[in-house]
Design a protein around this ligand. Structure first.
Ligand code: BF8
Length: 652
């Protein structure tokens, strides 16, 4: 790292005390992290606003951001064409990432269902039956394998079919589906939609931003209602549907006297096999012989969220803590699979002598040892990682520094669990949720999801936004890295109900639930789609998802997956606000379409705001607008968050 670089205080870079402490250590040790690079590498202003087209060799063409209609690209492409093409490619890539994940789980499910893979099994037969019934597959008096075979056939078409409607179309509220049909944006198969969208962004192709936006929506809907939904549903069938479970998060979950193994990435089957490996008596004996008290398996990012909600496995931190955790010196091995794996991890791991492994053919890193996970023999990979970790423990040389931060949190609030929690086993239903929204105890529901980004103070925007929302009686549901931010802030426990407004607090205390409900990994945003559909079906809150008093936010987003998610929520009817930055120039026609026009077509709309309190205000105003349209707008003021409140909230 260059000597002359002056750094911001680490406490200003992250609200996570453990990460701040380890960033200090990394600096002292001369180890550079993404936080350092983000300070000194300013975002390219042209790229940030999508004002550059580099899709052909007549360019790259740089348009005028300040006067966007002043000129066009060499081919004549307008700013709206250029921006919508760039946005389309982000959505296509995000959709491809989730759909590839979904397809991997699908192939595993198929090999298990046909008996070709005996390493994994169908754990949740009830969920299999429910999924089959939602696909209109007959389940009465049929064997598990027959039902599974039909589910395979239906879901495979979700990836491969080139016409018709996606398999989970039956789950979409009728009026929402009608709007999609009218706009011709009902997804066919995920592969078809991604291919169609990419080809339309080629030079000389779709140069009508409104037409291209329809395909952007169709592709994004394929992400939410096919790729991600298949990943969620089949993971539940194979590994079990989560239900509320208390566990621990943060860096103190590392144990100095244990062999510590971290798994980071997204595919649950790597972690599931790792659970078996770390419980193998032979390895436990080896670890003891090496002087350890045991083997401590931890998750990070979405892999961690899958395992935390299914098995209560502790979680060390979210995306922006993946470098920092290595600076503890206590990680004896880190295995990664796909997505959100920073290339810099290999350097940080090397500096702290942590064996670092890639395990998936789709995501190798130059210079990093690759131990490929074969789903037919997963233990071969995970056993090798455990062996290397035990060896490293025995030969630890680096100083260990484990921050003293550990928090308890409750996760695992799937839409099935919410159903059960609110209604009980015999009358499980969304009726109590809808009733409490209608009677005003709960003002509305907000999804606060997604990444953390080193261009803003890690976790801070998530936490302040959520505090402001629950204070205004808005129930918060979560997925992705955001959950860990809130868990570290202590908001994912039933006791956090004291921070909620009086109505939400009463409901939380009656049921014993936190005001912030963690629903899983990023692909599990599909659980929120299903929950929204159930709210519509239950009645009293309108006929389409667009009628619901709900809103969404990704306040610290960084990835293209987040853009695809944002677009599928918007296309499903949800007002969705992003923070950090938005890759479109304000005042252009494409911007107006995303931020206003789509809502007029019966869909949702985008919003953008960096400040968490103003972001909360936007979301609450939207919720109130929907309440008014539904005729359930009893007199109620938004609790404004002023400077005094901000200080009080920051201290809570
Ligand atoms: O998929 S929330 S930083 S880890 S992209 Fe990545 Fe964002 Fe985290 Fe999971 Ni989602």
């Amino acid at each position: 790292m260059k000597e002359d670089r002056r750094h911001m205080d680490t406490k200003d870079l992250t609200a996570c005390d453990a990460t701040a402490q380890l960033l200090e250590r990394a600096r002292k040790d001369g180890v550079e992290t993404a936080f350092d690079r983000a300070q000194f590498m300013k975002p390219c202003p042209i790229g940030e606003k999508s004002a550059c087209c580099k899709h052909c060799a007549m360019g790259p063409c740089r348009l005028n951001m300040k006067n966007p209609y002043e000129k066009t690209g060499v081919c004549g492409a307008t700013i709206d064409t250029v921006q919508s093409r760039n946005f389309a490619r982000m959505v296509a890539c995000g959709t491809a990432a989730h759909s590839s994940h979904g397809m991997n789980i699908f192939h595993l499910f198929k090999s298990v269902a046909t008996g070709k893979n005996t390493e994994y099994a169908i754990k949740d037969v009830q969920k299999l039956t429910e999924v089959a019934e939602s696909l209109h597959i007959q389940t009465q008096d049929r064997s598990v394998s027959d039902i599974a075979a039909d589910v395979c056939q239906e879901l495979e078409s979700g990836f491969l079919q080139v016409d018709g409607e996606m398999p989970f179309a039956h789950r979409v509220p009728e009026k929402t589906l009608e709007t999609w049909r009218k706009l011709d944006i009902v997804p066919r198969g995920a592969m078809k939609e991604v291919m169609e969208l990419i080809q339309r962004t080629h030079a000389g192709m779709d140069q009508d931003y409104q037409n291209l936006t329809r395909q952007i929506s169709r592709t994004a809907l394929a992400d939410g209602w096919i790729g991600s939904m298949v990943a969620t549903e089949l993971s539940d069938i194979l590994f079990g549907t989560p239900s509320a479970i208390a566990t621990e998060v943060n860096m103190e979950c590392l144990k100095e006297d244990h062999v510590n193994i971290i798994i980071h990435g997204h595919e649950p089957y790597l972690m599931e096999s790792m659970v078996e490996s770390v419980h193998d008596p032979a390895f436990l004996a080896d670890a003891k012989a090496a002087g350890a008290r045991g083997i401590n398996l931890l998750g990070m990012c979405c892999s961690g969220l899958e395992m935390l909600s299914r098995h209560g496995i502790p979680h060390a931190g979210n995306f922006m803590s993946t470098e920092a955790v290595l600076a503890t010196g206590a990680v004896d091995a880190m295995g990664v699979d796909v997505q959100c794996i920073m290339q810099s991890l290999s350097n940080v791991a090397e500096c702290y002598e942590t064996p670092f492994f890639t395990t998936n053919a789709s995501c190798r890193i130059e210079g990093v040892e690759h131990i490929e996970l074969d789903e037919a023999k997963p233990r071969k990979c995970t056993d090798a990682v455990v062996k290397r970790a035990i060896h490293r423990f025995k030969n630890r040389k680096v100083r260990i520094e484990i921050p003293s931060q550990r928090n308890t949190a409750v996760f695992g609030f799937t839409h099935e669990y919410i159903n059960y929690m609110l209604g009980g086993t015999f009358r499980g239903a969304y009726t109590p949720l809808n009733e409490n929204i209608i009677n005003g105890h709960i003002r509305g529901v907000a999804g606060v999801v997604g990444c953390v980004n080193p261009r803003v103070k890690q976790d801070w925007v998530h936490v302040e936004l959520v505090k402001a929302l629950i204070k205004n009686d808005v129930l918060v549901v979560q997925t992705g890295c955001s959950q860990i931010a809130l868990a570290k802030a202590g908001l994912c426990t039933p006791e956090a109900a004291v921070l909620a407004g009086p109505g939400l607090r009463e409901v939380c205390e009656a049921v014993g639930m936190p005001p912030v409900l963690g629903m899983g990994a990023c692909v599990d945003n599909s659980r929120i789609l299903i929950a929204c559909s159930e709210m519509v079906r239950t009645g009293g809150l309108g006929n389409s998802i667009a009628d619901l008093p709900v809103a969404g936010a990704a306040p610290e987003w960084y990835s293209e997956k987040a853009v695809a998610i944002g677009q599928y929520f918007v296309a499903s009817g949800v007002f969705t606000v992003f923070g950090v930055t938005f890759p479109i120039i304000e005042g252009t026609r494409f911007h107006d379409l995303l931020f206003n026009g789509l809502e007029k077509q019966g869909l949702g709309r985008w919003g953008f705001e960096k400040d968490p309190y103003r972001m909360a205000a936007l979301m609450i105003d939207h919720i109130d607008k929907k309440r008014k349209a539904l005729g359930i707008d009893k007199a109620r003021e938004r609790v404004y968050i002023d400077m005094v409140d901000r200080r009080a909230l920051a201290g809570q």
